[in-house]
Ligand binder design. Structure first.
Ligand SMILES: [Zn+2]
Ligand SMILES: [Zn+2]
Length: 339
């Protein structure tokens, strides 16, 4: 298995602000990259190891007689067309796509009305084996986390897909399901992951500035200005270079961005929750470029499902979707939040 390696952080922030040291948390960057995972592998968008006798989950809110959306097969075709188009030589000013290709891409991205005769099956999003991620939080006796979602917007979930989790013991799946039901329609191509293999890597994170005491956040801000000169775009930014890693990850700190942190609690028992999984549209972007793995150095474009966009997922306008689990019981439903 090839690996992905986050470059060392530009500096050790705890040497400057020792009060951050106790707030350090471990996160496992998953580094999803295009591949052909099997049900025996950890993956994003790959097949799940699912017992043949266990019903496949569906969403009662998205059922017949019809839904607006696109067909998963058309989404994959459209993406393949785009990927091929980006890699072929093109004359200056020439169109990226032919007319026929345009129609194929549109077919996978523009929602239309589809008749349905029942509730929509959930889509496999991720599968993580404890054998690949030793630190995987999990109920005792289990060694496999499976993440599925209903690939439609749910108004009461920040207009994002609704997540369901399954923990199981891989050895219990004696007769695996050969072909899971696939939805005839999903709400958006943004919610259909491309098959990716994972390259888990452990990193250290510190809280986003929004989660720090205001006094400390102010001192960090003044320090950023001090090292770069006030008014200049800082070359080292606490939030983007030193605090929270971008991309798909387990654990760590929440990437608070457009809203101030608010307390979250388990809907079932009121206990606290902790970050389990972050689903992100990009593995890194211009602002968080220092987190790009050394193995992906030289990759510049953000088109065609390259390494930074391999999953094909988009959450809101470049946000991420965090899934939290109850601190009291793994049996309680996950809490999700878009940031
Ligand atoms: Zn739904
Ligand atoms: Zn609970």
């Amino acid at each position: 298995m090839t690996t992905r390696t986050t470059p060392p952080r530009p500096l050790d922030i705890t040497a400057v602000f020792p009060e951050l040291a106790p707030l350090a948390r471990t996160a496992v960057r998953l580094h999803p990259r295009a591949g052909a995972p099997t049900a025996a592998d950890s993956s994003v968008g790959g097949p799940l190891l699912w017992p043949a006798g266990e019903p496949w989950p569906t969403c009662p809110e998205h059922a017949g007689p019809w839904q607006h959306g696109v067909a998963p097969d058309d989404v994959h075709v459209g993406r393949r067309v785009l990927r091929e188009a980006w890699t072929r030589p093109r004359a200056e000013g020439a169109d990226l796509l032919t007319e026929e290709e345009h129609a194929l891409v549109d077919r996978g991205t523009k929602p239309y009305r589809t008749a349905l005769d029942g509730p929509v099956p959930l889509v496999p999003v991720a599968q993580i084996r404890a054998a690949d991620v030793l630190a995987l939080p999990r109920p005792e006796g289990t060694d496999l986390l499976q993440v599925l979602w209903c690939a439609f917007d749910h108004p009461e979930d920040d207009y994002s897909p609704r997540v369901e989790l399954r923990w199981r013991r891989a050895a219990d799946v004696v007769t695996p399901l050969a072909a899971p039901p696939r939805p005839a329609v999903i709400g958006s191509d943004d919610y259909l992951p491309e098959p990716c293999v994972l390259h888990p890597e452990t990193v250290t994170e510190y809280p986003a500035p929004h989660e720090l005491p205001e006094e400390l956040a102010d001192r960090i801000h003044a320090w950023e200005d001090g090292i770069e000169g006030a008014g200049e775009e800082p070359e080292v930014c606490y939030q983007y270079d030193l605090a929270v890693a971008p991309g798909w990850k387990l654990g760590g700190h929440a990437p608070w961005s457009f809203s101030d942190p608010f307390p979250m609690a388990c809907a079932e028992c009121g206990a606290g929750v902790r970050p389990l999984l972050t689903v992100d549209g990009t593995e890194w972007d211009g602002g968080s470029g220092s987190w790009a793995p050394v193995e992906d150095a030289g990759y510049t474009g953000y088109h065609s499902l390259g390494p930074a966009l391999a999953t094909g997922i988009t959450i809101g306008r470049g946000y991420s979707l965090q899934v939290y689990v109850c601190e009291a019981s793994y049996d309680h439903p996950p809490v999700q939040n878009m940031q």
